[in-house]
Design a protein around this ligand. Structure first.
Ligand code: CO8
Length: 264
């Protein structure tokens, strides 16, 4: 697929979306958000894609937030429409049935941090910087940052980041549990692709079930979450993936998972 503001490629079941406005540090304009939604729809409809990776073009920035030139000209109504477009895209990202890894290769500010937060986990380069600087612009996060950040790192730490608008280093982001791994900039994509490949070789049905149950379980009480887990477990057990996984173990060989979500 061809886009104006994104690069999109797939290889061996791993799709990569690269935010591609390097002159504006990959800032998010309305057109880019529309393209992101389109790309995510295409990925959701492609059974052969098993993992998605998001990163930024250039060596300086993942995404430096919403495009401030556009925001500066927006009325409240246009801002609401822009916010809705952004939230639609990040919600699609979070609800995608396949695992999504953010490879944060520089600034992840405002909407950039919010996109990374909607991914399943984040690997960052040593030069990455995270922050929600909206308060400095007289606004607040609008792509889910006030909701996802406290859920991930705790309310007090999230409030400190959002109230001060300060950037934190990749090392600090790892310390507070926002980032899973920090590596040298030139090793980031290799590290991300190694993990993406390992995940892509697992069963698609069980990956989907695990992601769905973890995401849905975060919004309900433990008892309800555990009940959802049992149902999802039973569905997995009925899939060809479970047959292959358990048979491969007993035959002392590596499982080769073929089942698609459609069950063929
Ligand atoms: N929007 C537009 N252009 C940007 C942005 C941005 N967010 N960030 C950087 N740029 C542009 C700069 O204007 C500059 O362009 P030019 O070369 O034409 O002058 C170019 O990128 C390079 O930037 P700098 O020269 O500033 O590079 P530095 O290395 O000196 O600084 C920083 C890098 C620290 C990243 C700095 O550019 C910066 O602070 N950028 C703004 C970061 C920011 O505040 N982001 C939050 C935006 S608000 C947001 O994300 C809200 C999301 C939710 C909206 C919901 C609406 C309802």
């Amino acid at each position: 697929m061809e886009f104006k503001n994104l690069l999109f490629q797939t290889e061996a079941g791993i799709a990569t979306i690269t935010f591609n406005r390097p002159k504006a540090l990959n800032a998010l304009n309305a057109e880019l958000l529309g393209e992101l939604s389109q790309a995510l729809d295409a990925i959701a409809g492609d059974e052969d894609i098993r993992v998605l990776v998001l990163t930024g073009a250039g060596d300086k920035s993942f995404v430096a937030g919403a495009d401030i030139t556009e925001l500066a000209k927006s009325s409240a109504l246009q801002g609401k429409q822009f916010g809705a477009k952004g939230q639609q895209a990040v919600n699609k990202l979070q609800c995608l049935s396949i695992p999504v890894i953010a490879a944060v290769n520089g600034f992840a500010l405002g909407g950039g941090s919010e996109i990374a937060l909607a991914c399943d986990f984040i690997y960052a380069s040593e030069n990455a910087r995270f922050g929600l600087p909206e308060i400095t612009l007289g606004i607040i996060p609008g792509f889910g940052g006030t909701q996802r950040l406290p859920r991930l790192i705790g309310m007090n730490k999230a409030k400190e980041m959002i109230f001060t608008g300060k950037m934190i280093s990749a090392a600090e982001a790892k310390e507070i549990g926002m980032v899973n791994k920090v590596v040298a900039a030139d090793a980031l994509m290799t590290e991300v692709m190694t993990t993406a490949k390992a995940i892509s070789q697992k069963g698609k049905v069980s990956l989907r079930a695990a992601k769905q149950v973890i995401n849905a379980g975060m919004g309900v009480d433990l008892k309800t979450g555990c009940a959802m887990e049992i149902d999802a477990f039973a569905l997995c057990l009925a899939s060809p993936d479970a047959k292959e996984g358990t048979t491969a173990f007993l035959e002392k060989r590596k499982a080769v998972f073929k089942a698609s979500l459609a069950g063929d």
